[in-house]
Design a protein around this ligand. Structure first.
Ligand code: 3LM
Length: 400
């Protein structure tokens, strides 16, 4: 199996298995639900784990195997498991590692559906959850109880880009024999590799940068073989959030340009953050690539860039923010991130509408916050679109 020291090479060749009798360059799509056994004995041996070979695509598929091998390599882990959505990966991880009576320590800021899963579904299964500021190592330590099993977080955090220290989280998890899980969706392995800091499981919504073309919903977990196998053989197998071979193939194709795309997303977002922070209509910009951001100190230590996503607040009232967003011509009003198109959304009414107003306030997610996921367009075109929409928002203020 090919392995390089360079991520630019591994996104293309890493984990490549020789598949198909014709030696195709592109990975074949094994669009099959089931696999034929030569004999009853062979089938029984495969089910018993005594013989290698595929059984049924919910349990494993050669196209999916290649995606998993490549992602394990990119995230510096032993193994990986792919899912039919990012939330499929999140739920399979926590339900596979926690049982009734166990306790999870997590962040008070999380992607909206992850928050809903932890705030509503896990307690319904008898799993206790504490929400703390993961950037505050003392608060994380203080939240740990005898029944704590997992620490879970995102960094940078969706939607307001706060940053947690990976070394601190890994050290706390190791000291208390907990499993640490980090959602690395906002960075991709090009900008951050949490396992290199001692994090056990690295999670992605593969819907975002990994696929990169806005045409797949998928998720992935990368981690030690024992934990990944445990999840594959319990919650993934029995709850069934499996990825389709065709979607795995699209992500394999997307990964070939991951390093190029992420570099451009990062460059555009950095320049847009600088542009917006200078603009008279903008009150505040949250982006770890700006020197005033609390996460800036971790640039070059755990992150190789601020990433492709930023958040900001306009001066003025909420109606002006709505005017700004409705006025955009090229940038798309849409949730998601990591696509070729610049996407803008309003977290309080969209990605984070799972939070009650008081929960948004407690998490420090302002109602006026706007999130921008920089696309791959020419910077001048994005700036021109934002500028005319900001002008319209300013005119709205004068008219009011
Ligand atoms: C979004 N986020 O626009 P899927 N982890 C993180 C995420 O951002 C997401 C997931 C997990 C958005 C989706 S909102 C309806 C659209 C950090 C998804 C979940 O199941 O693949 O969507 O991943 O912020």
């Amino acid at each position: 199996m090919w392995k390089s020291e360079h991520i630019e090479t591994n996104t293309i060749h890493g984990g490549k298995t020789r598949q198909g009798e014709f030696g195709p360059l592109a990975t074949p799509i094994y669009q099959t639900s089931t696999f034929v056994f030569d004999s009853v004995e062979q089938g029984a041996e495969r089910f018993a784990g005594e013989a290698a070979g595929h059984i049924y695509s919910r349990l494993g598929n050669p196209t999916v195997d290649e995606l998993e091998a490549r992602m394990a390599l990119l995230e510096n882990t032993e193994a990986a498991a792919a899912f039919g959505s990012g939330m499929g990966a999140v739920s399979a991880a926590v339900l596979g590692l926690l049982k009734q009576g166990d306790h999870l320590v997590t962040s008070h800021r999380l992607y909206g559906c992850t928050f809903a899963l932890f705030n509503h579904q896990l307690p319904a299964f008898g799993i206790e959850v504490s929400f703390v500021d993961l950037a505050d190592a003392q608060a994380v330590k203080a939240a740990i109880r005898p029944n704590t099993k997992v620490i879970y977080g995102e960094t940078p955090i969706n939607p307001c880009l706060s940053v947690a220290n990976l070394d601190d989280i890994a050290a706390i998890a190791k000291a208390h024999k907990l499993v640490s899980i980090i959602d690395n969706t906002f960075m991709s392995p090009v900008l951050q590799q949490p396992a290199k800091h001692g994090i056990d499981i690295v999670l992605h919504s593969a819907t975002k940068f990994l696929n990169g073309h806005g045409d797949v919903v998928a998720g992935i977990l990368c981690g030690p073989k024992d934990l990944i196998d445990q999840i594959k053989m319990t919650t993934r197998k029995d709850m069934g959030a499996i990825i389709s071979p065709h979607d795995a193939w699209l992500i394999i194709r997307g990964l070939k340009t991951l390093h190029l795309r992420v570099a451009r997303h990062n460059e555009n977002a950095q320049k847009l953050a600088e542009f917006l922070s200078q603009h008279p209509m903008v009150a505040k910009v949250d982006y770890p690539g700006l020197p005033g951001h609390p996460g800036f100190a971790l640039l070059g230590k755990q992150m190789h860039g601020g990433g492709g996503v930023l958040a900001f607040e306009l001066k003025g009232n909420f109606d002006q923010a709505v005017t700004f967003m409705n006025q955009l011509q090229m940038c798309k009003r849409a949730v998601s991130l990591g696509d070729a198109e610049t996407l803008i959304q309003h977290p309080a009414s969209m990605t984070h509408s799972t939070y009650e107003p008081e929960e948004l306030a407690a998490a420090g997610i302002p109602r006026t916050l706007i999130r921008l996921a920089a696309g791959l367009e020419h910077l001048d075109d994005i700036v021109a679109d934002l500028s005319q929409a900001l002008q319209a928002a300013a005119a709205h203020e004068k008219a009011a």
